[in-house]
Write a protein that binds this ligand. Sequence first.
Ligand SMILES: Cc1cc2nc3c(=O)[nH]c(=O)nc-3n(C[C@H](O)[C@H](O)[C@H](O)COP(=O)(O)OP(=O)(O)OC[C@H]3O[C@@H](n4cnc5c(N)ncnc54)[C@H](O)[C@@H]3O)c2cc1C
Length: 755
Amino acid sequence: METPVCDGDGVLPKRSLRRKVSLKNYDEKLMDELIEKHLGGPLKKRNRTRADLEKETEMEAMIALSLGFPIDALLDEEIKAGVVRDMGGKEQNDYIVVRNHILARWRDNVRVWLCKGQIRETVSSEYEHLISSAYDFLLYNGYINFGVSPAFTSHIPEEASSERSVLIIGAGLAGLAAARQLLSFGFKVLVLEGRNRPGGRVYTQKLGKKGHYAAVELGGSVITGIHANPLGVLARQLSIPLHKVRDKCPLYKPDGTLVDEERDSTIEFTFNRLLDKVTELRKIMGGFASDISLGSVLDTLQELYSVAKSKEERQLLDWHLANLEYANAGCVSELSAAYWDQDDPYEMGGDHCFLAGGNWRLIKALCEGVPILYGKTVRTIRHGSDGVEVIAGDQVFQADIVLCTVPLGVLKRKTITFEPELPKRKLDAINRLGFGLLNKVAIVFPHVFWGEDLDTFGCLSNHAHERGEFFLFYSYHTVSGGAVLVALVAGEATQDFERTDPTILLHRVLKVLRGIYNPKGIDVPNPIQTVCTKWGSDALSYGSYSHVRVGSTGVDYDIVAESVGSRLFFAGEATSRKYPATMHGAFLSGLREAGHIFRTTRTLQMYGRKYGQKNPGPNLDALLSLFRRPDLAVGNFLFIIDPLTKDPKSLGLLRVVLEDLSSVFCSDCNLMVDRGTKCPMHGNLPLELYAIVSREQVEQLQLVEGGDRDRLLYLFNDLGLKLMGPSALGALGHSVVTRISSARRGRGRYRLGSA
Ligand SMILES: Cc1cc2nc3c(=O)[nH]c(=O)nc-3n(C[C@H](O)[C@H](O)[C@H](O)COP(=O)(O)OP(=O)(O)OC[C@H]3O[C@@H](n4cnc5c(N)ncnc54)[C@H](O)[C@@H]3O)c2cc1C
């Protein structure tokens, strides 16, 4: 992966959220105006001179460039899709012009569905094959006609025309983006979401008093870079205004006094120079830097150049480190010195913005028309050549394909069992990448006391290990409908945060605020409502967002994104190498995988399978593996017992091998039939039948005198049990097998450890 290049001044563009002061607020029509300014009005075929056309082509190339398309080359995806027959020649050049034209046409008005017919009005018919090729590529890869415009509803088939079905795990931005795309491609889609709400890590909560609610972002909040950002497209489609986060960000010392502006800029410059040095150093070190943390390199450089010697300078430098730890949701001691900023070259340009009324407005619009089942926490994903099965609670969902969009934290914890297990290469990448923590304290006050002209202000800390605690405050008074402040907790400080009593936390935040404002004669009122987030202990996230940890690289994002076979696909923030840790990265990954699924099913001519639900049976391999080491054998009766309890009611399994019996039993009819004969109803008899038995029933069966036939009769007549095939053991059988298998694994580990 390329490292970013220095600009003319030799200063790297940094992730800092503090930017130069600008008085102009973001105008939602910025892109429209930009395009119109350069194009001289809406595109018209007629009356254009050659000079007009050239100017137009140039402008369209610039728009394509801002969307990530190279000026004079094809994207890798375009090459793979075979958009042109002859690479590098005239056909490729013509294709690029047509493709750029289509992109610009759609961006010109993202509220309407762009049809091929409209392109034919402005591009000569001699390029018909290129129109089709470019249009199809852009449509099926989510570059045009995506989003939530009400005008698109007619393009989502009511009764999907395709028989192919996709289960999507997770109703976050990735899952919802994929769901809408797949529906518009004609797939049958069902989203399974563990929470009782959509949005995942985008969570706008209504706080405050009845009638005066404020919309407060507890998760993803800032649209980072509005140009070419797909979330900006959604906002435009919904006519939701955006508010540019103004760059003015005063910093306050721990005693509440204002940091001198000049000193602030000097240390900011020093901090950026240190990061430049890291970039230079890693070029010299080559691959070695991948095993070193950014923190350790920065420590060494700080010593070497003897920077930030005074207490205040050290505190200022710590503030910038906290800001970096916030952007990466990880301590500098965890970030890879070599690759922590591998995504910098792809940063979206333009202002950082808040969405008026909160990001839930995007989520709400994305959910419209998408079938979602809430409260369905998926525990097992089975994938094979003939389809997929997804188990949530006691329900099994079947489909052709599954798209898993759960956070990296969930994949790391392995709370979902993949059958068969994920490839080692993917498991290794999941382990290597980091998934860190950022938390927030959201506070609603009765009024704005910090100044209407501020969107952010920062606070320095006395101690390095506390530098991330309330280091930055975001004010949402411009967009939330209330006087809302959100204090961020990043880096080392956020580890203890979730274990601390929220009243203590609130007391600490108020102390910081009163330390700043009371000496100015400004009263800090008591809050109306407060919320402290706990993203680290959230069982459907286990953290906030991903980063490149020591030992990992950007390639790991690509590996996490890889599909397994042609049935199991992955999307989500941590599958996006170019835009990880962001809302737009999550959204784009959903569009990407929708296109990937579309191409895969088309190539394989996969035949459709309707959704189905059935009682889940245990995994056959796990069941057979348990009976390779039965706990008890009496005649042809084999027993598996729960090793973790002596409770007589605890459940185990019985397998009866019928081959040596003089009579056998047909489980479907509940009948004994003579050996060698067939049950008249059900033909060939299965050889091995199962039952779920309690420990107490196992003991009773053990005491039956006689042989297998007597035990069978006792089983039916006295215990009232029924023998059945493995799949009929249902959800209960599945949970007994899972519990005993994992108990046995635990026992094995214990034995090894104590040896
Ligand atoms: C505190 C915080 C602040 C952030 N700030 C910003 C910001 O300012 N700007 C920005 O661009 N980004 C920000 N982000 C990151 C951004 O929110 C995420 O990158 C993005 O929302 C991730 O979307 P996703 O679809 O990949 O995952 P998610 O939104 O996490 O969606 C995954 C879904 O899967 C569900 N799920 C998990 N496990 C299961 C299961 N077993 N069964 C069923 N469902 C399951 C989850 O409930 C969730 O709904 C922030 C994140 C956090 C936490």
